[in-house]
Design a protein around this ligand. Structure first.
Ligand SMILES: [Cu+2]
Length: 215
C-alpha cells in the first residue's frame, strides 16, 4: 500500500524531472519510501498514544488554549471529576458554577452541561483534592447528586459478561446507575460519593472475576 502511494507521489511531483539530473530514480524513490514509512509509523504511533490516554484529551485542549502555562499541568496527577450537580439548570447558574470551580487553584478546566446537569472538572490531584472540589460546589450553592466514573474492565467477552458486571454494580448500596460494555471494555458508574467509595466499586467489579485496570 505504501509502495503504490509512493509511486503516486513520484508520478505527480513536478520538481522530480529537475532532480533526476542529480540523483538516480531509485535513490529518490528509496528516500521517499523512507519518509512515507516514517510518516505512517508516527501517525500510527500517535493513534496508539491517543487511544491509550483518552483521559488526557482535556489537558491536550487546555494546552492549546492556555499555552505553555498549562503544559506543566499535563502530568500523571491530572485527573477528571465528573459529577451530577443539582441546581445548575440554566446557562447563568452553569456559568456561575464553572467560574467558581475554575477559580480554585489546581483546576485547569471546568465545563457544565445544563441539559444533563453533568459537570466535568479537570484538575491536578497534587494541588487540589476531589473532596475539596465537591465542597466548593456545595459552597457555591449547588448540591452534588452523584459522581460518575468510567472504569476500564479487562476480560469481558460478550453481553453476558457485561450484564454480570452491570448487575453487581446496581446491587451495590450507594450506586445510582451502573452498566458495563464488553466492546468498549468499560464500566460506567454513577454513585453517591458519601455512600460508596470508588474503591468499593472496583472491588465489586473484581468480585465478578474481571480485572479493573487501576488508573
Ligand atoms: Cu461473556
Amino acid at each position: 500500500m505504501i509502495e503504490s502511494e509512493a509511486w503516486g507521489v513520484l508520478n505527480h511531483k513536478e520538481p522530480f524531472s529537475v532532480m533526476k539530473r542529480v540523483e538516480s530514480v531509485s535513490t529518490i524513490m528509496n528516500k521517499l519510501l523512507a519518509i512515507l514509512s516514517v510518516c505512517a509509523l508516527s501517525a500510527s504511533l500517535q493513534g496508539l498514544v491517543r487511544a491509550e490516554s483518552s483521559e488526557c484529551s482535556s489537558c491536550e485542549k487546555s494546552k492549546t488554549a492556555v499555552g505553555t502555562e498549562a503544559k506543566s499541568e499535563c502530568t500523571a496527577a491530572q485527573k477528571t471529576l465528573t459529577i451530577k450537580v443539582g441546581g445548575a439548570v440554566c446557562e447563568a447558574s452553569c456559568g456561575k458554577l464553572v467560574t467558581a470551580l475554575t477559580r480554585i487553584q489546581g483546576v485547569s478546566k471546568a465545563e457544565s452541561c445544563t441539559q444533563s446537569q453533568m459537570t466535568k472538572v479537570s484538575y491536578d490531584a497534587a494541588k487540589v483534592s476531589e473532596c475539596s472540589l465537591m465542597s466548593a460546589v456545595k459552597e457555591a450553592g449547588y448540591t452534588v447528586e452523584g459522581q460518575q466514573v468510567s472504569l476500564p474492565v479487562e476480560g469481558m467477552q460478550c453481553g453476558g459478561c457485561s450484564t454480570k458486571v452491570g448487575k453487581v454494580l446496581t446491587s451495590l448500596e450507594g450506586v445510582i446507575s451502573g452498566s458495563a460494555c464488553h466492546e468498549s471494555k468499560q464500566a460506567t458508574v454513577m454513585f453517591h460519593p458519601e455512600k460508596v467509595s470508588q474503591d468499593k466499586i472496583v472491588a465489586a467489579i473484581q468480585s465478578t472475576g474481571f480485572k479493573v485496570a487501576v488508573q
